[in-house]
Write a protein that binds this ligand. Structure first.
Ligand SMILES: Cc1cc2nc3c(=O)[nH]c(=O)nc-3n(C[C@H](O)[C@H](O)[C@H](O)COP(=O)(O)OP(=O)(O)OC[C@H]3O[C@@H](n4cnc5c(N)ncnc54)[C@H](O)[C@@H]3O)c2cc1C
Length: 351
């Protein structure tokens, strides 16, 4: 390993937290690398590219897709090295204090500090636990909504009672011919405002029901009807559907934290010992975004940004103990000067 190969900060995960960490790390003049398992950046936001996102402070409503584009543009401002399609499986630490990140492709990456921005780990949707259901995944059984127009004029059954299921029901309702929502519990778990909107809409909510059987078309290529069991009285109801969307949450591949050679523990409660939430049990390894799950923490995009800035500042201070960690106003950088001049010229030209 030559000095040339060692980065100051290596960010694992290319979602909102990882992209903002890369931006902020460049801003603090740290040599930065970003490693993402998927072949694309944007993290979980890729699950909802057409959703209108309203709750990022200072941003007017924006689609998930547009937000990803903006996050990537910002994240790459200082030209970090980006590695896609590699899963970091383990982290070890040498006697010289340099971390080695081992990946599923057998590669090694070297870094003075590491920022874990892995969200809940690599996402795999929880599949419908019915024999043979997987064969409909090529036709009309879905685990995500990539495009609302795919469901235009169709009868859709959504299974699930959390935020994603409710969001999708609300988003699809104006386009679909009919939306049903089945959930095995009595009360939905989503955001109040979205639940209120759902109950006011034409979506039919079938609470205390569960999918019992999928009935195929004559040629067995797609789902034609779904049998729902009412968990109160055991009655069976059949619905004719064009599509079924299953939103039962995600299985999370947490290999990295479970199998790393350095044993990493996350903080899960507010610190009274003077250390910050972005620190882990390993000095030099920090965390940002959904991976931080202390009490009261909301998993929001906006929160991931603040976490990222905190983690980078901690990394900076770890590398250079005399560096300023607090109170930095961060919209000043030489690189911004030229762009600011251009933007201001455009702005004043329009006045
Ligand atoms: C359906 C849905 C709707 C949502 N709507 C909103 C909303 O309207 N507003 C809002 O603020 N928030 C919303 N959220 C939450 C928001 O998406 C998350 O809070 C945010 O994406 C967290 O960012 P993150 O970077 O921490 O994690 P993620 O976005 O999960 O990114 C983590 C990245 O790390 C990668 N990774 C994981 N492990 C490894 C590894 N070992 N090696 C390499 N890469 C790895 C993953 O592939 C992933 O790309 C929604 C979430 C969902 C599921």
């Amino acid at each position: 390993m030559s000095e040339r190969d060692i980065y100051d900060v290596t960010v694992i995960g290319g979602g909102p937290a990882g992209l903002y960490s890369s931006f902020y790390s460049g801003l603090r003049e740290l040599k930065t690398k970003l490693i993402e398992f998927q072949s694309y950046l944007g993290g979980k936001v890729n699950v909802y590219p057409e959703k209108m996102i309203w709750d990022v402070g200072g941003l007017t409503p924006v689609t998930g897709e547009k937000l990803i584009q903006q996050l990537i543009a910002q994240g790459l401002t200082f030209d970090p090295t980006v590695v896609l399609g590699e899963k970091v499986t383990s982290i070890s630490k040498g006697e010289d204090g340099v971390f080695t990140l081992h990946t599923s492709l057998g590669a090694e990456h070297y870094s003075r500090t590491v920022i874990l921005a892995v969200g809940g780990g690599i996402l795999k949707p929880q599949k419908l636990k019915l024999d043979g259901a997987e064969k409909y995944e090529v036709s009309n059984l879905h685990y995500t909504v990539k495009s609302l127009s795919r469901f235009k004029g169709r009868t859709v059954l959504i299974s699930g009672g959390g935020n994603s299921a409710i969001d999708w029901a609300n988003e699809l309702e104006p386009f679909a011919k009919k939306v049903y929502l089945t959930y095995r519990k009595e009360q939905l778990k989503g955001h109040e405002a979205e639940v209120t909107r759902l109950f006011k809409s034409s979506v039919t909510c079938l609470l205390n029901t569960d999918i019992e059987r999928l009935v195929a078309t004559e040629d067995h290529s797609a789902i034609e009807r779904v049998a729902l069991r009412n968990l109160d009285d055991n009655a069976l109801v059949e619905l004719a559907v064009d599509d079924v969307i299953v939103s039962h949450g995600y299985e999370r591949d947490k290999d990295l934290l479970a199998h790393s050679q350095v044993s990493i523990e996350m903080k899960n409660e507010w610190c009274i010992d003077g250390t910050s939430m972005s620190e882990t049990s390993v000095p030099g390894i920090f965390a940002a975004g959904d991976i931080l799950a202390h009490e009261g923490k909301l998993h929001l995009i906006a929160g991931a940004f603040q976490d990222a800035a905190n983690a980078v500042n901690k990394a900076k201070q770890y590398i250079t103990p005399t560096a300023e960690a607090w109170g930095m106003v961060s919209s000043h950088n030489e690189l911004f000067e030229e762009r600011n001049r251009d933007l201001k010229k455009q702005l004043f030209a329009n006045i």
